[in-house]
Design a protein around this ligand. Structure first.
Ligand code: 4AD
Ligand code: MG
Length: 432
């Protein structure tokens, strides 16, 4: 079908007769005129069928069309200033390709549970469409940013034998005679990569058996984990803020239509491209929280109310530096002047979206790492290969992990992280 055009290209065909393969989202109007709301994956457009200008059989097909029927439509492209898209088709002919009887997601309101039971169909609708398009932009912008900044992509395995982020949230997998787990981080493979390629990043699905239901947690999420040799934490923070800014800018450049579909004000996002982002220490954060009457003591990790409060004190993402050693992973570098904190940073998104990046400088001391692994109740033997990175030409290095769906949820202004991934996996969702 070489003569088909796509909806996104229709403005180029103003005044011409074209043919489009599309689905009918909705039919409105009755009697003498029918408005077909079409979508073809590239965009949304209306086709107008008027009884007075069409053969009787053609008008009948248009008038009785059911939601999500697939069709070839032929007609003339004309301007429609009242429509968001600005163009519409004056229908001349319509041919049904696939019927659609009793499509479940009708124009009435449906509950979230129902929509996600039907995610395979719900993906066709406006909101998921806009979010997944923005996800696509963020993925492309990620590849661009790291390519342009001299990073090499290192793909980490998904089947692993270790648990760098702790053992409480692992998905076990039978691996012949051995115990394996679904990867909870690609970081250690990234560290190995950094010693070979200098600057690398991993980008893949990661898994955490999160037993709690929250708006921010998936059991399967995509993480981007850059790792940089010969780099201290300060420079890593600069890369992090430049990376986030580039993602937001890419969405502003490419997704104005989608932001509008989501009622997300681009002005809000524009602020987030302005660098630098503020930096506060964990100590300062605790002071701020205490002043605001939070019941929290130095040494405790932040929950989502604390993160939200802290982030709300700034109009841009904020770095919280140097967390207590006891609440962070064993590989984080000890602070040079203090024994109780590590050289770490979490980046908290504004508007209550919580932590979008976690990262740190990495400790390079072999004996210290062995000791910390034991303290975590893990077996250093599991990490022999990782410890080799400290035995053979260890260098200062830093890295971080960005949760793709956290960023998408924030940028698109969604209530819940399940909206940010095509087929979400949560505590009680394994289907579809
Ligand atoms: O802070 P986390 O656990 O850090 C790591 O995994 C490090 N290995 C990263 C590194 O230094 N290479 O996770 C990093 C980010 C979080 O900031 C958050 O954005 C996201 O991953 N994340 C989740 N996103 C969705 N669902 C979950 N259950 C998540 N857990 C973490
Ligand atoms: Mg974290």
């Amino acid at each position: 079908m070489t003569d088909l055009i796509r909806i996104e290209d229709t403005p180029k065909y103003l005044g011409q007769t074209v043919k489009i393969g599309a689905w009918v989202r909705q039919k409105r109007g009755s009697g003498k005129i029918a408005f077909l709301q079409l979508r073809d994956g590239s965009g949304f457009m209306q086709a107008v069928a008027s009884e007075s200008e069409l053969p009787e059989e053609v008008f009948k097909v248009a008038e009785h069309i059911k939601q999500e029927t697939s069709v070839y439509v032929t007609g003339v492209i004309q301007e429609n200033p009242r429509d968001d898209f600005g163009f519409e088709m004056a229908l001349k002919d319509i041919e049904v390709v696939g019927q659609s009887e009793d499509y479940p997601i009708t124009p009435k309101e449906h509950g979230t549970e129902f929509l996600f039971e039907n995610r395979h169909l719900y993906l066709r609708h406006l909101k998921p469409y806009a979010i997944i398009k923005i996800r696509n932009t963020i993925i492309k912008a990620t590849y661009d940013f790291f390519y342009d900044n001299g990073f090499t992509k290192i793909d980490a395995p998904i089947l692993t034998g270790s648990a760098p982020e702790g053992t409480s949230e692992l998905f076990p997998v039978e691996y012949f005679e051995q115990q394996a787990y679904l990867s909870q981080t690609g970081q250690f493979y990234g560290e190995a990569g950094a010693m070979a390629f200098g600057r690398v990043y991993t980008f893949g699905p990661t898994f955490r058996a999160e037993k709690s239901k929250t708006r921010r947690h998936l059991t399967e999420f995509w993480m981007i984990e850059p790792e940089m040799a010969w780099m201290h934490q300060d420079e890593s923070l600069e890369i992090q803020e430049r990376y986030i800014s580039s993602l937001v800018q890419a969405v502003l450049d490419n997704n104005q239509a989608e932001l509008k579909m989501l009622d997300r004000d681009p002005k809000t996002l524009e602020k987030y491209t302005q660098l630098p982002y503020p930096r506060i220490s964990y100590d300062e954060a605790i002071e701020m929280l205490k002043k605001a009457d939070f019941e929290i003591e130095w040494g405790e990790d932040f929950g989502s109310p604390e993160e939200t409060y802290l982030a709300n004190q700034f109009d841009k993402p904020v770095f919280v530096l140097n967390y207590p050693k006891a609440v962070k992973a064993f590989y984080m570098k000890r602070h040079p002047d203090r024994d109780d904190v590590v050289v770490s940073a979490d980046l908290l998104a504004p508007e209550g979206y919580g932590e979008i990046i976690g990262g740190s400088e990495r400790d390079t001391d072999l004996d210290y790492l062995v000791e910390r692994i034991k303290q975590e109740g893990q077996d250093p033997a599991t990490y022999e290969w990782y410890l080799d990175l400290r035995r053979y030409g260890s260098v200062p290095h830093s890295g971080f992990g960005l949760g793709l769906e956290r960023v998408i949820t924030w940028v698109t202004g969604q209530e819940h992280i399940r909206e940010a991934i095509p087929f979400p996996r949560t505590l009680n969702r394994l289907w579809p």
